[in-house]
Design a protein around this ligand. Structure first.
Ligand code: HQG
Length: 200
């Protein structure tokens, strides 16, 4: 049905906008925005096996508004519609400073929590939280309730690690917040050492 088509489009948009811009020669700005018209010209199929080219601007708008983690932003500029992924990039064209808003005071943050799995805990406590394949380590700015979907962590996580934001800022770690309220950091060289975790 229509929902499947839009869901499949959203998943492809996520992949393109976070990971594939370079390889696809897509003209992406340092803040992550590309022209919707450029996207719709790509010779790709969505996960529902429908050519991207057969979709409309309205389909894109629908995929953006229906996304359960508000993964995208739209921007109208000089009569043109632009789209970006709000976070999660691996393409290095995108710069933290242009994509995200820097957090300058711990008072701006109620909560900063990373969701992970028991199998990772020992390694994380030993070597810190690593950004792995991404540009940033991801944190949520709130807690999930009743298996609700929340931006910044997966639904099935079983370990929560709280960041001591005050200490991290004091010691020069740069923290950013995305339009969909995910807190992101490169830590120090891609690692958030365990000494910045809140002791519980
Ligand atoms: C773990 C989804 C062992 C880390 C989510 C995580 C989020 C370590 C995994 C967003 C480690 C990396 C990000 C260490 C980190 N030893 N394991 N030293 N350091 N890890 O996918 O945070 O659907 O790169 O805990 O909702 O899971 O993409 O990061 O388990 O917002 O919009 O290594 O992705 O959103 O996995 O998820 P990821 P993540 P989207």
């Amino acid at each position: 049905g229509g929902d499947d088509k839009i869901d499949a489009l959203g998943r492809l948009l996520t992949r393109i906008l976070r990971h594939r811009a370079t390889e696809l020669n897509l003209n992406m700005r340092s803040d992550g925005y590309v022209k919707v018209q450029d996207l719709l010209k790509l010779n790709l199929k969505t996960f529902a096996n429908i050519p991207l080219r057969s979709h409309t601007v309205d389909d894109i708008k629908e995929a953006v508004s229906k996304d359960n983690k508000q993964r995208f932003s739209l921007l109208e500029e000089n009569g043109e519609l632009l789209i970006r992924a709000n976070q999660g990039h691996t393409v290095t064209i995108v710069e933290s400073e242009s994509l995200l808003k820097q957090i300058l005071s711990a008072d701006e943050v109620q909560l900063c929590v990373h969701g992970t799995y028991k199998r990772n805990l020992e390694s994380i406590l030993e070597s810190g939280l690593k950004r792995m394949k991404r540009l940033h380590v991801h944190f949520s700015s709130g807690l999930p309730t009743d298996g609700e979907v929340i931006s910044g962590m997966r639904r099935d996580v079983n370990v929560l690690i709280f960041l001591n934001v005050r200490k991290a800022l004091e010691e020069g770690m740069k923290l950013y917040i995305s339009d969909n309220k995910v807190i992101l950091t490169e830590g120090f060289d891609g690692v958030v050492p365990a000494k910045y975790f809140e002791k519980i």
